[in-house]
Each structure stands twice: as C-alpha cells, then as structure tokens.
Design a protein around this ligand. Structure first.
Ligand SMILES: NC(=O)c1ccc[n+]([C@@H]2O[C@H](COP(=O)([O-])OP(=O)(O)OC[C@H]3O[C@@H](n4cnc5c(N)ncnc54)[C@H](OP(=O)(O)O)[C@@H]3O)[C@@H](O)[C@H]2O)c1
Length: 297
C-alpha cells in the first residue's frame, strides 16, 4: 500500500501563504495539504476547500514538532519584517529544529534575492542567517530567493501618476520585479515537484528595468505623462514625507530605493520559467491588470 504524500505550508494566513494554499488546493498532484497559522480559526474558507489546518506559532517552539507531524515536504514562509532581527532568526531556527524532529524530508524556504550579499542588509540579513541554518542541517532544501514584489508599485505609482513626477534614488540600476502571485506559484511548485536534493532558485520577473524605463512603460501602457526625476535618498524621503507618508515608511522606502541603486534587485533569472513551465508576469501585464487601482487618485 502506498501512503499519500503530505505537503505542509506555514503562515497560511498571510498574503503569500493564502496564495500558495490556493495553488496547492487546485493542484497538489494527489498529495494531502496541511496549512499552519497562528490563527487557523480565521481560515474556515480554506478548510472548506480541503486544507487541513493546524495551529503553529514560531514564538511557541514547544508545539511546533507536533504541528509538523506527518509532513513529508514543508514550505517555511519567512515571518514578516515586523519580526526582523534576532527574533525572526530565532523563529526560523525553531521551525527548522521542529522540521528535523518531525522527520520532514524537504524544506522549502522563502528567502530574498542575493540574501548573503545584498546591500539591503536590513531586509536580507535574517534570510542569509536562515539559509546558513539550512546549509548546516542535514535535510534537503529549496531556497526560493524572491525578488522585489511588483505589488510595491501599487504603493508608489499612484502618487507619481497623480503628481506627474516619479522621483527615484535607484539611478541606472535594473530591478527585476516579480509579482507576489508568481512567487506563490513558484513556492507551490517547489513544494510538490518531488526534488529531494539541495537547490537555490532566484525567483524574479522576466525582465529588469531601470526606474526611467519603468516610467516609460507606465506612460506607454497607462497613457500617462509622468516625468522621471533622479533624486538622492534624502530628497526622496523628504518627497514621501511631504506627500503625507508616515516618516518611518518614508525612511524605509527611500533606503530601499537607494539599495536598489546599488544593484540589490538587478539579477534576472530564468529559474521561475524552468520551475513552473511558463513565463512570469511582466511589468506591462501587471500595469494592465491593476490599471484601475493605479489610476484611482
Ligand atoms: N521580496 C519582497 O519584496 C518581499 C515583500 C514583502 C514580504 N516579503 C517576505 O515574504 C514573506 C511573506 O510576505 P507576505 O506578503 O505574505 O506578508 P504578510 O501577509 O505580512 O505575512 C506574514 C507571514 O508571517 C507569518 N508569521 C508571522 N509571525 C509568525 C509566527 N510567530 N509564527 C509563524 N508564522 C508567523 C504569518 O503567518 P500567520 O499569520 O498565518 O500565522 C504570515 O504568513 C514575508 O514574511 C517576507 O519575509 C518579501
């Protein structure tokens, strides 16, 4: 008698986790699918679609091995940036320890492009530390290094469209934006494809654009007339704050833009296409899909 393969993803209540669950519930190649969350009671819609829900909180390590019991392959969704620093690494360490205790054979992990060399140290360091923990362990793994989520453009472009100016501190550097939805497709594919060695994949969009090229694409696709303006990080922070953005967010976004200027997200890869058998969404398609939201201001 053959036993059914069991796939488990953590953090199923998050934006990425919900999307991964959606793909696995549509096609799990005959495997059973388990989702863990801090708040499984809120996820009745996924339970009704066949997801087995369990409680797991990486801040409560004692219960994790039981939560992962029976899983053959597990997707560890990195906890949000609100946990950044030693707490987040401790959370991931606890989850990986529980994977080993529960006998999970393969761990997939949602990491960050160029985690170990990224100039965006504040965002990448926890991922580099988690990748190092995976490398030190004896379990097979897939590290999925997600590029910058294209959905960030939904936060920055509406103001640029409304004002007719896009300020950027990223200079001539390319950015290989990828959608969160495509990352979810890649994460689901890595969980169910049966690979049992150790691999690291760069999950990027199909093309990489400078901020000036991005403005050209927006103007072409949406019919806008935005002017691209090269700025310093300080200019950008002041510009965001003047537009009403909370200071902490203005500081973070301008620091990210400066990091992009140092090439933090310039790497473009075909790993998505090889893993998923199709091309990832590009910026033009994303702009068309989100036209109404982008033009609403
Ligand atoms: N590359 C990029 O541009 C980019 C952008 C944004 C985020 N990210 C990364 O992608 C990850 C998912 O992003 P998202 O957009 O889905 O963020 P999100 O909606 O804020 O989700 C946060 C995730 O962290 C989980 N989590 C938080 N605290 C936890 C804990 N104590 N124990 C277990 N799980 C915990 C949540 O699971 P439950 O709520 O179900 O417990 C949820 O899945 C982030 O954590 C971040 O590492 C990357």
């Amino acid at each position: 008698m053959t036993t059914q393969l069991s796939l488990l993803l953590t953090g199923v209540g998050g934006q990425l986790g919900r999307r991964v669950a959606d793909h696995l519930l549509r096609d799990s190649a005959g495997a059973s699918v388990i989702g863990t969350s801090r708040t499984p009671q809120r996820l009745g819609d996924l339970a009704r679609r066949g997801l087995q829900l369990r409680h797991a909180d990486f801040d409560e390590p004692g219960g994790l091995a039981a939560a992962f019991e029976g899983a053959d392959r597990l997707l560890l969704i990195s906890t949000g940036a609100a946990n950044a620093g030693p707490r987040r690494v401790a959370q991931h360490r606890a989850a990986l320890h529980a994977c080993a205790q529960a006998g999970v054979r393969h761990v997939a992990y949602t990491s960050f492009l160029d985690a170990d060399t990224s100039p965006l140290t504040a965002l990448a360091a926890d991922h580099a530390a988690t990748e190092a923990l995976l490398a030190q362990g004896s379990t097979g793994f897939t590290v999925l290094r997600h590029a910058f989520y294209m959905e960030m453009l939904l936060s920055t472009l509406p103001a640029a469209i409304a004002s007719g100016r896009l300020l950027s501190a990223s200079g001539q550097a390319d950015v290989a934006y990828v959608t969160r939805s495509d990352c979810a497709i890649a994460d689901a594919a890595a969980l169910r494809d049966g690979f049992d060695g150790r691999r690291r994949l760069d999950i990027t969009g199909p093309s990489a654009l400078t901020s000036a090229q991005l403005v050209e694409r927006v103007n072409t696709v949406l019919g806008t007339a935005i002017v691209h303006v090269d700025a310093t990080r300080a200019d950008l922070e002041a510009h965001f704050t003047a537009g009403g953005m909370p200071p902490a967010m203005a500081r973070l976004l301008s620091a990210i833009d400066e990091g992009l200027g140092q090439g933090a997200m310039a790497r473009r890869s075909d790993d998505f296409e090889a893993l998923c058998g199709r091309r990832a969404c590009d910026v033009d398609e994303f702009l068309r899909l989100h036209r109404d939201a982008l033009m609403a201001r």
